[in-house]
Each structure stands twice: as C-alpha cells, then as structure tokens.
Design a protein around this ligand. Structure first.
Ligand code: CO
Length: 430
C-alpha cells in the first residue's frame, strides 16, 4: 500500500498531475468522466462518475443504493496543491558566464530554505494553439530529470548563515537553469526545452503554468522503514488515502463523494478551490437528476457528513515547547482530529465523536490536536466549504513533521490507519 502512495507522490509533482493520475485510477475502476457542460442525465444507484475543473480539481461520486434525500452523502475532501515556486512570464535572466536563472514567484507558504541545494525540476501545463481562440490545447509537462538548482551563498560570504538568515523571494530563491552554449540559446533556453520535451513548435506555445518540483523520488526511511520522506505529503497523502478508500470500500447505501480541491495553500478562493460554488452545484444537479426535486439536495446536505482531510502537525522531538501541553499527536499514532476554539477547523464535539467512533470501528487509533495557545496555527478546507454548503463535518489529517518543507516527514503506519478509517467511513450505515 505504501509503494502505491510513493508512486503517486512521484508521479504528481504538481496539482495538474495529481488530477490526471486520480482521473486515470478512477477510469480504471469503472468511473466515467462527466462533462459539466452537458446535462447530468439519469442518475441511478451504483453509478460512478467524476468531473474535473480547470484540470486542477476533481470530484468523484459513487451513487448509493438509497436515494440521496434519504441517506445523504459522505464526503472526503482534500487538496492537491502544495507550496512551491511558479515560473514567471519572460522568466529567463542571462548572467555572467552565460548562466541562465529563472525568475519565479512563491506559491503558498514554503519553508524556503529547504528548497536550496537540491536537484529540482519543472512541472505544470503548457498551453498551445488549438482549434479556435477560445479553446487552446493543454499539454502537461514534467521534466523527469534534475534540471534546476537554487544554490546557497557560501558560508564564507555569510558567516551568520547558521544564526538565521532573512531570505528574499526575489533575490535569493531564483534557480539556475543552465549555461548557454551559443548566442542562439540566449533568451531561448526555457522555450527550447519545452519544445523538445513536448515535441512542439515554438510558435504554437501560447502560455504556461509551470512550477518547481523536487526531482528526487519519495522514499521511506528509519530503522524499520517506518517513516516517509517526500514533498507534497500535505496534502497528496490525504488525496490518495481518499482514493484508496473510495475504490476499496463496498457499495453502500450512502452516496460517496471524494472532492480534491486546488488552491488551498492560497486561500481556496478560486473556481477550482473549496470556496467555489462548483461542488455545491454538482451535488444539486445530481440530487435533481436522481429525484426531480431541488428539495432532495437540501435533505441530502442535512444528512451528510464531511471529512476535511488535511495533514496535521506531529510532535517534533526537537521542539516540544511549540506544542500544546496535553494534546500533541505523534507520528504513527493514527488520524488526528483538529480543534480550534476560533472555528478555523470544522470539528466540534459531535463531529469529532462521530469520526473517532468510525476510527474505533475500523480498529484504528485516533488522536486530537489543538494549537499551543500562543501559536496561531493554520486553517484548511472544512470551514470554507461549510460556509457555502452547511455540512456537518470534522477536520482531520495524518500527522507530519516539517509541513511545507520541500520534503516533509510522515508515517507509514498512519497511511494504513487513514485508509482503513476512510474505508469504514465510505462503507455507509453498515
Ligand atoms: Co494542507
């Protein structure tokens, strides 16, 4: 099971690839792709389908044996974007000696220092001329070799480097792409590379969304291979646990929904983010297609339960003072239920009790997280979604170390636990 997760992580350097890989697994499992531009058509018990938005968010539905109005739906949501650096337009900066560096801007909140001195690559989408102006074609690009590096300043130029360094996003974080061989390459290094990788002509390229990604594969480590080292565990590990549960759970009375959003790391307020009305509209259309009434949707929402799955902070052996004195989840301790008095998390005593019981039924331990009261902490999907669709639900996630590092640390056992808990959740009333 862990090998499948590692493979998914490696094959998903950015959101677009995560959605493509999830789509392919859903197709293999008999889900059909719906085109949201077309009517939904007839919806029957056992139907399995999915839609995507912007090629960077994906929503899968498995219709339950009971009507939505009677059994509601069970939803697991997660996000497929992760902190990184986006390549700016006109990105090439030619320097002394023919060195070319790329102009980038920060996406989300990475721990920037972790991006230094490691082999990086490029991944994302390239937009090329299509049939007409309104419908250009999209090609995905993942350069599968070390291509770039953001090199540190030598310690001899900065003796205070180990006392904490302030980093400029514009000055310090620009990666080196290579050294030009001749004048013709001047200003063309990136475009030449894209043309070569995708076997296309320069004049066909209209634009791109390209991001930096770790070029080294995910791996397990530890004496017992009990830990995971990978970029993007937040939140691809939860996306994949959701998929494993969707495909591995039996047909149920409830309707199962797996919703993977984009842009959580920048606040979710996009058409493909958790702040978008898209998922709510899809659910409404499905309920209408099944029952012929709008009422069915509202009843389904009232019977629904949402698991907002986003990684939590594991207790760090070097920084125990940062954690709440009585609630500090550990690696390998099972799914973490997150609470926040200011309601940054959707969990309350009722929804937490429901989810903890689901874990218990699945034979899985669960843990509880609250922030140290002097530490602000983060936010996530649950409440953003619940403010547009009033769903009862819980915020949870597997505990990891070094959240938003270029390589985070997770636990192998927690992945198995999470898949079991999600499978139980998707098994419906049984
Ligand atoms: Co996250």
């Amino acid at each position: 099971m862990i090998q499948r997760l590692l493979k998914f992580l490696d094959a998903s350097p950015v959101n677009f690839f995560a959605v493509k890989n999830l789509s392919e697994e859903l197709l293999k499992a008999g889900f059909r792709r719906l085109n949201p531009q077309e009517p939904i058509g007839k919806v029957q018990a056992g139907d399995k389908f999915f839609v995507t938005k912007n090629d960077s968010s994906i929503y899968a539905f498995q219709i339950g044996s009971k009507p939505l109005a009677d059994a509601g739906f069970r939803m697991i949501c997660a996000h497929c974007d992760s902190p990184t650096f986006r390549v700016k337009p006109n990105a090439e900066i030619g320097c002394e000696g023919g060195i070319v560096k790329l102009n980038t801007e920060v996406y989300g909140g990475p721990i920037m220092s972790t991006w230094f001195d490691r082999p990086l690559t490029l991944a994302g989408r390239v937009i090329v001329k299509g049939e007409d102006v309104m419908n250009p074609r999209t090609l995905l690009l993942h350069v599968k070799r070390p291509l770039l590096q953001i090199s540190n300043l030598a310690i001899h130029f900065n003796r205070e480097v180990n006392d904490g360094v302030k980093l400029s996003k514009q000055k310090d974080m620009l990666p080196i792409l290579g050294i030009i061989n001749n004048e013709l390459e001047q200003g063309n290094l990136l475009m030449n590379l894209i043309c070569e990788e995708l076997a296309i002509q320069r004049e066909d390229i209209l634009d791109f969304d390209l991001y930096l990604a770790d070029a080294m594969p995910a791996c397990t480590f530890g004496v017992h291979n009990e830990l995971i080292s990978s970029g993007r565990l937040d939140d691809l590990s939860m996306c994949y646990a959701g998929l494993e549960a969707l495909l591995g759970s039996p047909e149920a009375d409830v309707t199962k929904v797996l919703a993977i959003f984009d842009n959580e790391e920048t606040g979710s307020q996009t058409k493909q983010g958790a702040g978008s009305p898209f998922l709510g509209s899809m659910l409404k259309r499905i309920a209408w297609a099944q029952s012929g009434t709008e009422e069915a949707f509202y009843q389904a929402v009232e019977r629904a339960f949402m698991v907002s799955a986003d990684n939590a902070h594991a207790w760090h052996p070097n920084y125990s003072e940062k954690y709440d004195p009585t609630n500090h989840p550990v690696l390998g301790g099972g799914p973490v239920i997150k609470f926040n008095a200011a309601q940054k998390y959707a969990s309350d005593a009722v929804s937490a009790a429901v989810f903890a019981e689901i874990c218990r039924k699945a034979g899985v331990p669960s843990q509880r997280f609250v922030n140290h009261s002097d530490v602000a902490g983060g936010s996530t999907l649950g409440n953003i979604l619940a403010s547009s669709i009033p769903l009862r639900g819980v915020d949870m996630g597997n505990a990891i170390l070094a959240m938003h590092s270029c390589r985070e640390t997770g636990s192998v056992a927690d992945h198995t636990y999470c898949v079991k808990a999600f499978t139980q959740f998707f098994s419906g009333m049984a």
